[in-house]
Ligand binder design. Structure first.
Ligand SMILES: N[C@@H](CCC(=O)N[C@@H](CS)C(=O)NCC(=O)O)C(=O)O
Length: 214
């Protein structure tokens, strides 16, 4: 499997961490996000959305980070990372869709305002952050309630749902995500996610720095 990605971005880190959790072999072809290489015609021919990441595997070209993880887990046959029983799989799929449709867009507001804009010399728009706060707390509360009843998002061991849901908050301190009232979410992130090898090996630091291991 060839992954075309820039390890600093949310959805690329998600895929790289997920592939490590799954135990899938892959090669990484870097497409530089801040150089805008995702907009180059060669990459747009692979992903017409001009967005990272993408996968090539034999004749398959696949984009959408969550679809890439679903494919990779099924290809490897890792039923721990992506359970095959009907009910648990439905649960995992539900969180994947929730992340893409609701959680990522909310966390992304904080990433843009508190990380990307200052880095590019632009100023944070507090009114945008204030406008997103209620929605963020609603969503974080949903996740917090789930994590109050189980160690991981879908049970007692990590699945791709954990990687997918953690990714949009991967720079939570720098993003200044207002997590103080979501204790289960904070505990899960610090004790279950940030201690995991697949997360540490794909570390992204403030300023969008990556280690060699990434
Ligand atoms: N739903 C897509 C979102 C992909 C996406 O938005 N990727 C960002 C990086 S995390 C991107 O490349 N955006 C294009 C841009 O900002 O030019 C996925 O999960 O793969």
């Amino acid at each position: 499997m060839e992954i075309l990605a820039d390890p600093i971005t949310v959805n690329c880190r998600k895929v790289l961490a997920g592939l490590k959790l799954i135990g899938a072999d892959y090669t990484l072809t870097k497409v530089d996000y801040f150089q805008g290489e995702q907009k180059n015609p060669e990459f747009v021919a692979i992903n017409p959305n001009a967005a990272l990441p993408a996968l090539r595997d034999g004749g398959l070209v696949l984009w959408e980070s969550n679809a890439i993880l679903q494919y990779a887990a099924d290809k490897v046959g890792n039923a721990s990372a992506y359970p095959t029983d009907l009910v648990t799989r439905a649960d995992v799929n539900r969180w994947l869709l929730w992340e893409c449709g609701a959680w990522f867009p909310s966390c992304y507001v904080f990433l843009v305002e508190n990380c990307v804009k200052p880095l590019l010399g632009d100023s944070t728009d507090q009114s945008v952050l204030d406008g997103e706060a209620a929605n963020f707390h609603k969503l974080a509360g949903i996740l917090d309630a789930r994590l109050g009843g189980s160690a991981y998002v879908c049970g007692d061991h990590p699945t791709i749902a954990d990687v997918v849901v953690a990714a949009p908050m991967h720079l939570h301190a720098w993003q200044k995500l207002p997590l103080e009232n979501h204790a289960n979410l904070v505990r899960w992130m610090s004790e279950r996610i940030e201690t995991a090898p697949w997360w540490k090996e794909t570390h992204v630091g403030e300023g969008f720095t990556v280690s060699e291991a990434a």
